[in-house]
Design a protein around this ligand. Structure first.
Ligand SMILES: [Zn+2]
Length: 427
């Protein structure tokens, strides 16, 4: 069961509590709601003296979605789960559009100037803004969760494959298909290296078997450069033949397979700079950071018979993964929305100015992006509306609710549920 965060009167984190206990506290007026997302209560008086148990935050960083989980290592209980959707292409598109606008403006009004280049400096460790935003999003949430619970360690998935395990895999045939960690790592790596298809006939989306290019019976080794993937048909057909005999008639394929097999480990395994940047940023929090490979994550997940989702993958990151208790856990779905734009003049798709934006962000204490509850008792729009607002200078707001956009709701009816914090939420 996802638990609910609880803070004492000094905003120090206490042990997260069961939702039923939270309801009790609220009913007895012993606690108040501090935050809706993630749901957090604050005690009204007297702090609890129970010893606070430390939690581990586990992260599976993805290109589009990152999984987050808080786990109690001692009990294996998953306390909180979330899936964070990044902004990705939005940032790239915004920067492209800005660049084009500026270039257009420069060219329109100035004499010819010879292009200059290489006159900008990039700091060491620079990564493109769209990728940097992913790192920042994750850091933001690590910091937010640190304020709500006692976190004493971090686990992060860092690489796809653990090269060290594969350097000298002393595995026998069957173990690749089932069972050992080294087998999993190797299989995942081979799938990536051989493009998830049979090396001999190129068939896809069928079960693939690990195949010795130079067969074991003829002294072929178990090393990774002697392994490939083939479908069952080809595997049987090849049997214990040497690859040179098997592909006698197709020398082109033979050459390409031998060449691909020799490719070193590093080049096939995508080295992901974003993940390393994230690792360095996480280390800066001074908490111990454990890293794991994608193969290990999958191994843990399959061993425990769990399905594949972003947050469950996060829970399975790292060697120290306990037997997980995920009963009743529902992830909080978070989407990064940014903090608006500084543009004072919006343009249409051709770049022509169409409207101006007021300089004031706050209207009667509300700003675009706040989540509000509006109760309208009279007039045409009678009803209760909960959703994200877009403010208007006139004080007449638009609310995007679950069922659609409602326009022209006065600020007088609105009550803030959750202040804008750059993210939107759903369950
Ligand atoms: Zn085949």
């Amino acid at each position: 069961m996802s638990k609910i965060f609880l803070l004492d009167t000094n905003k120090k984190p206490l042990n997260p509590i069961h939702p039923a206990q939270a309801r009790q506290l609220l009913k007895n007026k012993k606690a108040a709601i501090l935050k809706r997302f993630p749901f957090t209560l604050i005690l009204k008086d007297a702090s609890s003296h129970a010893e606070v148990q430390p939690l581990r935050i586990k992260i599976d960083p993805g290109a589009k979605t990152t999984g987050f989980v808080l786990v109690n290592d001692a009990t294996g209980e998953v306390i909180f789960a979330a899936e964070l959707q990044h902004r990705g292409f939005q940032i790239r598109d915004a920067l492209t559009s800005r660049r084009q606008l500026r270039r257009g403006r420069r060219n329109r009004k100035t004499r010819y100037r010879a292009p200059r280049f290489n006159n900008r400096k990039r700091n060491e460790g620079w990564i493109p803004p769209s990728l940097q935003s992913r790192v920042e999003n994750i850091l933001t949430w690590v910091k937010r969760l640190q304020k709500l619970s006692l976190i004493d360690s971090i686990s992060q998935e860092l690489v796809k494959f653990d090269m060290q395990i594969m350097q000298n895999p002393d595995i026998q045939g069957k173990e690749y298909q089932q069972g050992t960690l080294a087998g999993y790592e190797t299989r995942e790596y081979l799938l990536e290296k051989w493009d998830r298809q049979c090396a001999y006939c190129g068939i896809k989306d069928v079960p693939l078997q690990v195949e010795h290019i130079n067969p074991r019976s003829k002294g072929g080794s178990n090393s990774i450069s002697n392994l490939t993937l083939s479908c069952e048909k080809c595997n049987l057909k090849k049997g214990t033949q040497d690859i040179k005999d098997f592909l006698k008639k197709d020398t082109k394929k033979l050459e390409s397979i031998l060449k691909q097999a020799k490719k070193p480990l590093e080049s096939a395994a995508a080295v992901n700079t974003t993940r390393f940047t994230l690792l360095n940023a996480l280390k800066a929090t001074n908490l111990p950071v454990e890293t794991g490979s994608g193969g290990l994550t999958k191994f843990n997940r399959i061993q425990q018979g769990l399905e594949k989702t972003h947050w469950i993958d996060a829970a399975c990151v790292g060697l120290g993964t306990p037997i997980l208790n995920i009963k009743g856990v529902k992830p909080l779905l978070i989407a990064a929305k940014g903090h608006g734009t500084r543009q004072m003049c919006r343009t249409d798709k051709h770049g022509f100015p169409t409207r101006y934006v007021p300089r004031i962000k706050f209207v009667h204490g509300f700003q675009t992006g706040d989540i509000v509850k509006a109760v309208v008792k009279t007039g045409k729009k009678v009803g209760v509306y909960i959703g994200r607002i877009a403010t208007r200078y006139t004080g007449s707001f638009n609310i995007s609710t679950k069922t659609g956009l409602v326009q022209g709701i006065s600020y007088k009816h609105c009550k803030t549920v959750h202040k804008k914090d750059g993210y939107s939420y759903s369950k």
